[in-house]
Design a protein around this ligand. Structure first.
Ligand SMILES: C[S@@+](CC[C@H](N)C(=O)[O-])C[C@H]1O[C@@H](n2cnc3c(N)ncnc32)[C@H](O)[C@@H]1O
Length: 245
């Protein structure tokens, strides 16, 4: 058995645990403390997140897609496979070392997506970016946690609240698509999306493309107009617990 080799260490803003890059032969793993954030052998559902959302937006000219975060680059690479030639993929990554690892060490695992001319990298919090951009994206794809009720980073809590979903709604263009990745279902989040002005599909996605029965959960939510009345909107939810990928 080939042992895991630690290649580099970094810190995630607001978290005490170290973020580490590991390699075993041709397999890469990013871990936060002892919790695996992403593994290069398991990316079926991360690809599906981009494929399904990009098919929904079709061939809109100058389409803009926001991806948060970069990880090992699979969701970004899948977005680029479906994005129009004059489109733009903005990838937000809060840990600068992750961007560096993708540029210098492991970019080949997803086909070097950062080299594509349509890609813009934002080194920072995707939540902050979504709060400042208005009517800016045809799709927003979020894979920054293990799900709305399984945060990797405490500071991400606000993304999934009614206030956070309102900011996402405003950052999306008309009929824009929000895609959210999760380890498993969360009925409370589905309900919250519906009451925040989205038409919602819950899509189970295989962990490994074409193999095995285990599935992750994707929300594919379309921005609706107009927004539901205030009386139908929900209160801010309680802070969720941690959940493993
Ligand atoms: C599960 S990985 C993403 C995997 C990615 N979909 C792929 O295909 O490899 C989660 C990534 O989101 C980043 N992240 C977490 N919170 C973030 C935030 N608020 N803003 C931007 N990036 C964030 C993490 O540093 C990590 O690189």
């Amino acid at each position: 058995m080939i042992p895991w080799e630690l290649l580099d260490c970094a810190t995630m803003p607001g978290e005490r645990a170290e973020m580490n890059l590991w390699r075993r032969d041709d397999e890469f793993s990013i871990r936060l403390g002892n919790c695996e954030v992403m593994n290069s052998r398991l990316h079926g559902s991360e690809d599906a997140l981009a494929e399904i959302a990009c098919k929904r937006i079709g061939k809109r000219p100058n389409a803009r897609v926001l991806i948060g975060g970069l990880g090992l680059g699979f969701t970004l690479a899948a977005t680029l496979r479906h994005l129009v030639k004059d489109g733009e993929a903005v990838v937000a990554e809060i840990v600068p070392a992750v961007v560096k690892w993708n540029r210098e060490i492991l970019g080949h695992v997803a086909g070097e997506p950062l080299n594509d001319k349509r890609v813009t990298v934002y080194e920072g919090d995707v939540g902050r970016l979504m709060r400042t951009e208005k009517d800016a994206f045809d799709a927003i794809l979020l894979d920054v946690d293990n799900g709305p009720d399984g945060l990797l980073r405490e500071g991400n809590h606000g993304i999934y609240t009614p206030t956070g979903l309102q900011a996402i709604r405003e950052a999306l263009r008309s009929r824009g698509i929000l895609g959210v990745w999760s380890v498993g279902p969360c009925r409370e989040f589905t309900y919250r999306l519906r009451h925040s002005g989205f038409w919602v599909e819950e899509v189970p996605a295989r962990i490994r493309e074409g193999r095995g029965g285990r599935k992750h959960m994707l929300w594919i939510a379309t921005r609706m107009n107009p927004r539901p009345p205030e009386s139908e909107q929900r209160q801010e939810p309680r802070r969720p617990r941690k959940r493993r990928r």
